[in-house]
Design a binder for this molecule. Structure first.
Ligand code: MTE
Length: 365
């Protein structure tokens, strides 16, 4: 299958993080500009080159523990009732750069805060297709496989990953053929991708070729080896990949998008804005900001977003004193769960799921 190495639909402000395969993130100001991230600003996380798929010849295979294995054309998939939902894709490697500053993480993309974006997805409910296939009683996981066979891991197998069947059959799990009202762009998974609301982006498999219903999680490299989280003392040298936790729900997180790190500000009121996210159904209940290293906090206003699958936007106004000032932010979920304070507490050798308090340092003159 032919592959292309470039994305053709992105604004020039998008920051390329890796050329081959193409990986790019949204700068903080664009990220916070609109609640729905326009496709031309949306981050791209590819583990291999973008496959060029002929929509006429495309087929989705549904197999494994099902009564009726399916092989569906795009037209047949579009024959299921259409559904739309707003859902944030959040890369598990987002904010890895801060982890790398604590201790090196060789060979990984140094994502800042923009490997996340919120889109309006159009497609069909995954559970409608699974119902047509007829799930057998032993099914526990839905395993997705993509068409990108040349992935960085060098295993030769395509990218893949799975979600527990409860997630696959929930409202937020889609087989999407549209993003923000348009057919999926090639780099976002044309002609069909999974979108699993509330789960780390790695499970929203692009260029979807197959769904296997099975008793165990996927044994794909990107589920069994990468996108797993290990405690801080585990290293590449002593790791046992049969251990560790497969990433699932997006951990509670909160990011300052404005002002930006390193900005110089005039004295006076400063608008502070950002996003917060939580993949579980407790949602983000509160966001607070601090300019005194967390001794005192000011509550921000949650402006947009109220579902577990989409991020929330927040904002407040501060008046920091002259000189250097760190603006910290943290979120609290319903029930009181909050974020770890320091990146050292969450450091892991593959650099995933950094949800320590986020801060930007500005100069006030
Ligand atoms: N699906 C395939 N087939 N190949 C990939 O490399 N990357 C995953 C996921 N689905 C990936 C994939 C990861 S890690 C993320 S964060 C999201 O796609 C990114 O989706 P996007 O590039 O549309 O923003």
């Amino acid at each position: 299958m032919p592959h292309s190495t470039r994305a053709t639909h992105k604004r020039p402000e998008i920051k390329t993080r890796k050329r081959h395969p193409y990986n790019a993130e949204t700068p903080p100001d664009l990220l916070r500009k609109s609640f729905i991230t326009p496709t031309d600003s949306f981050y791209v996380r590819n583990h291999g080159d973008v496959p060029e798929v002929d929509p006429q010849r495309y087929r989705l295979r549904v197999s494994g523990l099902v009564e009726n294995p399916l092989e569906l054309s795009l037209e047949e998939i579009k024959g299921f009732p259409k559904t739309e939902s707003t859902s944030t894709l959040y890369c598990a490697g987002n904010r890895r750069r801060e982890l790398m500053e604590t201790s090196p993480i060789p060979g990984k993309v140094a994502w800042d805060v923009g490997a996340a974006g919120n889109a309006r997805w159009g497609g069909v409910l995954l559970r409608d297709v699974l119902r047509e296939a007829g799930l057998k009683g032993e099914v526990r996981h839905a395993a997705f496989t993509g068409l990108d066979g040349d992935v960085e891991s060098g295993t030769g197998e395509p990218f893949g990953g799975s979600v527990p069947i409860e997630r696959a059959t929930a409202d937020g799990a889609l087989l999407a053929y549209e993003m923000n009202g348009e057919p999926l762009a090639p780099e976002h998974g044309f002609p069909l991708r999974a979108v699993v609301g509330g789960y780390v982006g790695a499970r929203s498999v692009k260029w979807l070729s197959g769904i296997t219903l099975q008793p165990e999680p996927s044994d794909n490299h990107y589920q069994a080896v990468e996108y797993k989280i290990f405690p801080p003392h585990v290293t590449a040298e002593n790791v046992d990949y049969s251990q560790g936790e497969m990433l699932g729900e997006i951990p509670l997180n909160c990011v300052v998008c404005a002002p930006e790190n390193g900005e110089t500000l005039a004295r006076g009121p400063v608008a502070v804005r950002g996003y917060a996210i939580s993949g579980d159904d407790r949602g983000v209940e509160r966001v607070e900001v601090s300019t005194d290293a967390g001794r005192s906090w000011t509550e921000a206003i949650l402006t947009e977003g109220d579902g577990p699958a989409a991020w929330r936007f927040w904002e407040t106004t501060l008046e920091p004193g002259p000189g250097s000032c760190e603006i910290l932010a943290r979120a609290t979920a319903a029930g009181g769960a909050t974020q770890p304070r320091r990146v050292e507490e969450v450091w892991n050798f593959q650099g995933y799921a950094n949800n320590a308090w986020h801060g930007v340092t500005v100069r006030v003159e």
